[in-house]
Every structure is written in structure tokens, then in C-alpha cells.
Design a binder for this molecule. Structure first.
Ligand code: ZN
Length: 280
């Protein structure tokens, strides 16, 4: 299933995309794409619905593909070829950092370049949406706790991230720096999360063209690993790292300016398109 949320900010209705690409209203069945509705039992109930029996919604703004996200956890330097372009070694254990959940926006919403930013950068990432509370889970069982996957754009301000004091969080958490969606694609539709093409273009020019094949710590490992340190809850999102081709790795480095248009996508998970604008 491709689950989604459609409507203006704060008024999104839960919906699913049917086989013909029509948007079908799920609000008669669940209050949102969140919490119990994305548990294994909740997803089984949604899967039993014939989409043709659901009212059709007109295409409009698409919201973030999941609501009620308590944690937005990112994995840094998780692609061997991306670590190399940043000049960093592949870390001996996953680097984890948090992106503020207030950064979450819809996949095609405008992204705001924060005040004082000169180094706003792009990162296409595979997002993992948790469907069931995970604590101390093994790698073998980890995917049982995953509801599905989405495209995640880990927008980053490199000066805030690495040239100012402290951790990466302040370069990753600016308002609008977390587009997720368009869909939460349930895991039954993704045969192998470690073999998905991933791409990103700026103003039509391809910048990233990679694959989740070069991910160092795969989805099952990461879910298991994180669950040793904190419980993961339904609706939590893990952004699993980016392939090479980010602006800071270019010679000379290249960053986003107001008016730039970024398009990105992952095989089977849909595409996003954002216009960048100054945050006055
Ligand atoms: Zn990232």
C-alpha cells in the first residue's frame, strides 16, 4: 500500500493511492496515518479494504506521509562513497543524530533557507517508518517493527552543522528541513531495501545518483542498533544516510540559493520537488 496524507497543513486527511493512481480517502476508517493505524494489525485492516469502495479525493497538497512522529533520527556518514567525499572515515558504529520533528513538511512544500545561511545543502535518503514499539530487538527480527519506507530529504546547513560549536543537530533541524513522503510505502512492496536506486537533481541537473546498496549499516541493523539505546515508537522516522553527490563534497562546494528547485526520488517510493526560498 501507498499511504499518504492530503490537505492543507494541519488538516491533512489519511488516504491511500490506488492501483490507478487515484487518491482514496481513508478518513472513514482511521483518524490519521499514525500510531495504531500503521501497526501490523492496523495495516492488515487497511489492506483488507477494497480501495474502489473509498471516496476519491482530488489531488491537492500532499502532507508528510506519517503523523505523530515522536523522533526523527538520522544516521550520518552511512554510505561508504559519501563518507569518502566528505573526507571522513566510515565510523566503527553508526553515527546517530536527531532532526527536530518541527522540521517535518510535505514532500513538495517550499523549503526555507534560514537566516544567515550560506551553505544549505541537499541529501536524498531512505526513510524508515516504525510501526511497532521496538526495544532491544535483534537484527533478525528488526524488520517486524518497520511499517514501511519513504523518501526523506535530509536538508542540511553545513556551516551550522560543522563550523559552529557542538553537535550536528542545529544544522539539521531548521524549519522545513525534513520533507518526507509522498507516500509511506508498506514494506511488503519493497522486496529489498538494500537495493533501491536513489537520485537527486538541482535545477534539473543530476547531483546524486546512488543506491542503498552502498549503505554501510543496513535498515535491519540500524533499527536493532537504535533499539539498544532507546525505544522506537510507531510513527518514528529513521533517515538512513545519503549517497555521494552532496554540495559540500563538490569542488568547489555548491550550495542552494533562493529560487533553486530540488527534485529527488527513490525507486518504488515516489518523488519530491521543493522550491527553496529565503526565510525572512
Ligand atoms: Zn543525512
Amino acid at each position: 500500500m501507498k499511504l499518504m496524507r492530503v490537505g492543507e497543513i494541519g488538516q491533512e486527511k489519511p488516504a491511500m493511492l490506488d492501483a490507478d493512481g487515484k487518491i482514496r480517502d481513508l478518513s472513514g476508517h482511521v483518524s490519521d496515518i499514525a500510531g495504531a493505524s500503521i501497526s501490523p494489525e492496523g495495516l492488515a485492516k487497511l489492506a483488507a479494504i477494497d480501495p474502489k469502495t473509498l471516496p476519491e479525493l482530488q489531488p491537492g497538497r500532499i502532507g508528510a506521509c506519517v503523523a505523530g512522529t515522536g523522533k526523527f533520527i538520522c544516521i550520518g556518514l552511512n554510505f561508504s562513497d559519501h563518507a569518502a567525499e566528505t573526507g571522513a572515515a566510515v565510523p566503527p558504529e553508526p553515527v546517530i543524530f536527531m532532526k527536530a520533528t518541527s522540521a517535518i513538511i510535505g514532500p513538495n512544500d517550499n523549503v526555507l533557507i534560514p537566516r544567515g545561511s550560506e551553505k544549505t545543502d541537499w541529501e536524498v535518503e531512505l526513510g524508515v517508518v516504525i510501526g511497532k514499539t521496538a526495544k532491544y530487538v535483534s537484527e533478525a527480527d528488526a524488520l517486524d517493527y518497520v511499517a514501511g519506507y519513504c523518501v526523506s530529504h535530509d536538508v542540511s546547513e553545513r556551516a551550522f552543522q560543522t563550523e559552529r560549536a557542538g553537535q550536528w543537530t542545529k544544522g539539521k533541524s531548521c524549519d522545513t528541513f525534513g520533507p518526507i513522503g509522498p507516500w509511506l510505502v508498506t514494506k511488503d512492496e519493497i522486496a529489498d531495501p538494500q537495493n533501491l536506486g536513489m537520485w537527486l537533481k538541482v535545477n534539473g541537473e543530476t547531483m546524486q545518483n546512488g543506491s542503498s546498496k552502498t549503505m554501510v549499516y543496513g535498515v535491519a541493523f540500524v533499527v536493532s542498533y537504535l533499539s539498544q539505546f532507546m525505544s522506537l515508537h510507531p510513527g518514528d522516522v529513521i533517515s538512513t544516510g545519503t549517497p555521494p553527490g552532496v554540495g559540500m563534497g563538490m569542488k568547489p562546494p555548491r550550495f542552494l540559493r533562493a529560487g533553486d528547485v530540488v527534485q529527488l526520488g527513490i525507486e518504488g517510493l515516489g518523488t519530491q520537488k521543493q522550491t527553496f526560498q529565503a526565510d525572512f
